[in-house]
Write a protein that binds this ligand. Structure first.
Ligand code: G6P
Length: 500
């Protein structure tokens, strides 16, 4: 699907989404022709109907440096590209977003870097996105800002456009205060987020962590899922805050969980396609018909616990509890953020481990790990999910983990076992998975053995219950619920001046 230019657009929209990445990628063919191709994310699928209904626009970055483009139409979505220079990609995207916030928000699994230039650039780029949103919004529009790269946009946009209703959704975890408080710009980020009317998190724990940070850093009170933000902010000073409270000059911000999901039906439809089922059979045959296929599908990221998974698998092979003839682990590792040092190191570590395990326990006929360092089209992913007897999700920390939900959605045959980390948001909902603590290698090994040996009856009972959850709570329900709460907050009342 490629974008086509239209000139009928008024330039003002009632519904605006702001995210770092656009739902379309700029693809340049070898012959030099370029087009925009729809990226297959669940978010765009969920928002498409709302976009159509409400004359929506999507503001984001095209994924490459200095892409200066006029807004265009792509399958009924108005796309408004924001250009980033090479320096901004380095400082705002690779630096502050992915080498400061990402590791900090994921329990400092990797050490975050605190760099003042990166912060300055994050502020600059957030301002550019806020300016673009202010420009694109019709009077009284609803603007929905996505994820950790954009945390200052709610406040910056409110200053420019006090008439719009602003939502923010954090796709990744929000860390406990003891970790969050490391951030030199911790107060500015909280203030940035509180510019929103509704702030969504994946888990109850994330919303509580955020509320605690608000109380500690701003002294505002929180009640249930509501934060009371004084219209004239004179913090620090609870006493002044108390006086304001008597005057009742507050706006309330809703900060609560809205666990994200997938377009479950479209995964199931693909899984029911005969060609994809045939492909699943072919995959099993190509792997040498092992009695069990295990599958890992992750962006190559240190939060995903790929190393822990490989350690557990390697030990089981070493102890003779599994053999390369019987079991194959297919590990899909999508290349990601390849210019960030921690990701380069991770790739080296993982590939060394895969090489060792295959060298030590493989035979000419059977390789224990089929390692794929690239993405696959969705059809191939679905075939892999169907072929996999056991799905391994061993994240050390993960906002949700949609792979776990995709696996469940595809298994209309009510078969397959999901081994799922309790540190992934999905474990709040998929309680009938085999839940593991990925740091407990013996526990992971036990779960793998249990999964491989699980009787059909138990597999069916567990999968049936997980499917019910994923099918009922799909991504359109997620966006409907968020937008319902957001729209109910319209005219929640403040002016940019009062917030300054
Ligand atoms: C996570 C984040 C998203 C991000 C995605 C891919 O899911 O929550 O905001 O887009 O990773 O990462 P990338 O850096 O390639 O956009």
């Amino acid at each position: 699907m490629s974008g086509t230019e239209t000139s009928t657009d008024s330039g003002k929209h009632d519904f605006v989404v702001v995210s770092n990445r656009l739902p379309v990628d700029r693809v340049v063919e070898p012959d030099g022709t370029a087009s925009w191709t729809r990226s297959p994310g669940g978010l765009v699928t969920a928002l498409e109907p709302v976009m159509r209904q409400k004359d929506g626009a999507w503001i984001g970055w095209g994924g490459q440096p200095d892409l200066e483009f006029d807004p265009f139409e792509s399958d009924d979505i108005r796309v408004i590209p924001v250009a980033l220079s090479a320096r901004e990609i380095e400082n705002y995207y690779e630096g502050f977003s992915n080498d400061t916030l990402w590791p900090l928000y994921h329990d400092v699994i990797a050490p975050p870097t605190y760099n003042r230039e990166w912060w300055d650039c994050y502020v600059e780029v957030n301002q550019r996105f806020a300016d673009a949103a202010a420009e694109a919004s019709a009077p009284g529009a609803v603007v929905w800002v996505q994820d950790y790269q954009m945390q200052l946009v709610p406040k910056l946009l409110r200053l420019l456009r006090p008439d719009v209703t602003i939502g923010f959704f954090n796709h990744i975890p929000f860390p406990p205060y003891g970790i969050y408080s490391q951030l030199p710009w911790r107060t500015q980020i909280i203030e940035g987020l509180l510019g929103a009317d509704v702030i969504g998190f994946q888990r109850v724990a994330d919303a509580s962590n955020f509320q605690r940070a608000v109380r500690r850093l701003k002294g505002y009170s929180t009640k249930g899922y509501q934060v009371e933000v004084p219209l004239v902010d004179q913090s620090p000073g609870v006493r002044v805050f108390g006086e304001i409270k008597r005057q009742g000059t507050f706006r309330t911000v809703v900060a609560r969980p809205f666990p994200i999901s997938i377009d479950a039906q479209s995964f199931e439809e693909l899984a029911r396609t005969p060609a994809i089922q045939e492909r699943a059979r072919q995959i099993r045959e190509d792997l040498g018909n092992p009695s069990s296929i295990m599958l890992g599908v992750d962006r190559l990221d240190y939060t995903k616990g790929i190393g822990h998974r490989l350690k557990a698998f390697g030990e089981l092979l070493a102890e003779g509890k599994l053999s390369a003839e019987d079991v194959t682990l297919v590990q899909v590792a999508n290349p990601s953020r390849e210019r960030v040092q921690a990701y380069m190191e991770l790739r080296n570590e993982i590939e060394l481990t895969v090489g060792r395990i295959n060298g030590d326990y493989g035979t000419i006929a059977h390789v224990p790990i089929s390692y794929q360092h690239h993405g696959f089209p969705r059809e191939e992913m679905v075939a892999l999910y169907l072929a996999a007897d056991v799905m391994l999700v061993t994240a050390l920390r993960d906002g949700m983990n949609l792979v776990a939900k995709e696996y469940v959605a595809c298994r209309f045959d009510e078969d397959g076992v999901l081994v799922l980390s309790e540190f992934a948001g999905a474990s709040d909902e998929l309680k009938r998975a085999l839940l593991i603590n990925p740091h407990d290698i013996d526990g992971v090994k036990d779960a793998i053995l249990r999964a491989v040996a699980m009787p059909k009856r138990e597999r069916t009972a567990r999968m049936r219950s997980m499917r019910k959850r994923v099918i009922e709570h799909d991504v359109s329900r997620w966006s409907d619920e968020f937008l319902k709460v957001l729209e109910s907050r319209a005219h929640n009342g403040t002016s940019g001046h009062e917030l300054a």
